[in-house]
Design a protein around this ligand. Sequence first.
Ligand SMILES: Nc1nc2c(ncn2[C@@H]2O[C@H](COP(=O)(O)OP(=O)(O)OP(=O)(O)O)[C@@H](O)[C@H]2O)c(=O)[nH]1
Ligand SMILES: [Mg+2]
Length: 318
Amino acid sequence: MSFWDWLKGKKAEPSSAIERGLEKSRQGFWGRIRAFFAGRRSLDPESWEELEALLLSADVGPAVTEAILSTLQKSLKEQPLQPEETLSDRLRGILLPLIERPFVPSSGHPYVILLVGVNGVGKTTTVARLAYRFKEEGKRVLIGAADTFRAAAVDQLRQWSEKLAIPIVEKGMGADPGAVAYEAVQKAVHEAYDVVLIDTAGRLHTRTPLMQELSKIHRVIGKALPGAPHEVLLVIDATTGQNALRQAEVFIQAAHCTGLVLTKLDGTAKGGVAFALVEKTGLPIRFVGVGEQAEDLVPFSPHAFVSALLKEEPIPAP
Ligand SMILES: Nc1nc2c(ncn2[C@@H]2O[C@H](COP(=O)(O)OP(=O)(O)OP(=O)(O)O)[C@@H](O)[C@H]2O)c(=O)[nH]1
Ligand SMILES: [Mg+2]
């Protein structure tokens, strides 16, 4: 399956890697949700309360929990469980649309992807992993080091660039990040690169000047290539919990984000924040990070995600 075709919205990818990355969540709160449904065919008022508490503790958030409970209630009222159907089957049908959002592909050549997010969420690692996958497919990839805030940040990206043998545009620490982004896109246009990945400095969503700087980077990229950036990926650490929602709101405003990357899914026993994020932002999850290796960034499949959380049998080892 071509990663490029997937990126352009031409193909869907089922993903067993998502299942592996969700092992902690499956054994954690979602294991309790599965246990709750096991053998149960109806819900009394007390069990509704128990289910509500379980969903909240899985980080699904109050709004989505409420939506799940009321939809499930209505659905069971309108159509009682069929003999061959389980409550868990019914829940799966309710969860799926909550996590699915259409991705509207935007075309452009070079295809410019900007990565944004708070500190330490996995932006640079995601840039490197995406670059690796594009290169594997024979695409010509360029990386822009627009995180000029710390010398270590430029070094980190340069090391990736050397390791992956992918060219980088960098101007060192303290350079204007907008200028780096502009130069990277311009170089890619002139030298016919296929993809440009632009890394940015982590920033707290509460720091207004830093958020304004992000808006400027976005504008400047559009000046270098009208229509760019084609994707702005907001990277979110899945272990952050409900705080992620406020971050998302501010970043989306400042940087016109088009999709989400949920990293460190392997490090949480909850995993429900994915539902809350999609509900709150209306954006599709594009990728999930399920470990620290180069191949541990996988295209997101809503179907694989929901199935993994609710699947009874153990997930087979890779
Ligand atoms: N377990 C796990 N670790 C991850 C994942 N993604 C990133 N990391 C780790 O998270 C740490 C921070 O990653 P970076 O890519 O440097 O994060 P960043 O957003 O660029 O950080 P700043 O530039 O400082 O804002 C690194 O140790 C990564 O290996 C993931 O999906 N799973
Ligand atoms: Mg970084």
